[in-house]
Ligand binder design. Structure first.
Ligand SMILES: N[C@@H](CCC(=O)N[C@@H](CS)C(=O)NCC(=O)O)C(=O)O
Length: 108
């Protein structure tokens, strides 16, 4: 099952590429043309507002970098001990800082 990261350099997709590299999960980087993406029906099925990043993992598709990071944590991070498994304080902290990073980075 191939992971595909839809993004372009210098975008919010950078944080997803970084996470995938840290997780050591193989993925395909699909560089989108920022100008043409609004008419890219295949991509709009993954990211309804046409923004990057978008990610597909087999049949599963996601948009919003914060949501993608939480998904990667659950799907690949727990088994690599890079994401807290159980619903304790460590996991709560991981979720809080992930959403913070996805939010603060977007407004600065
Ligand atoms: N909150 C979203 C922000 C997504 C976003 O704004 N992406 C920018 C690139 S950094 C984009 O696609 N810009 C094109 C546009 O706004 O039309 C996330 O974190 O994924």
């Amino acid at each position: 099952m191939t992971i595909k990261l839809y993004s372009w350099p210098g975008s919010s997709g950078t944080r997803i590429a970084w996470a995938l590299e840290e997780l050591g999960v193989p993925y395909e980087y699909v560089e989108l043309d920022a100008k043409a993406r609004a008419s890219n029906a295949q991509y709009l099925a993954i990211s309804p507002h046409g923004k990057v990043p978008g990610l597909s993992d087999g049949e599963v598709t996601l948009f919003e970098s914060g949501a993608i990071l939480l998904y990667l944590g659950d799907r690949h991070g727990v088994k690599k001990q890079l994401w807290p498994a159980d619903a304790g304080q460590a996991r709560a902290d991981a979720v809080c800082w992930t959403v913070w990073a996805a939010t603060i980075w977007a407004i600065t």
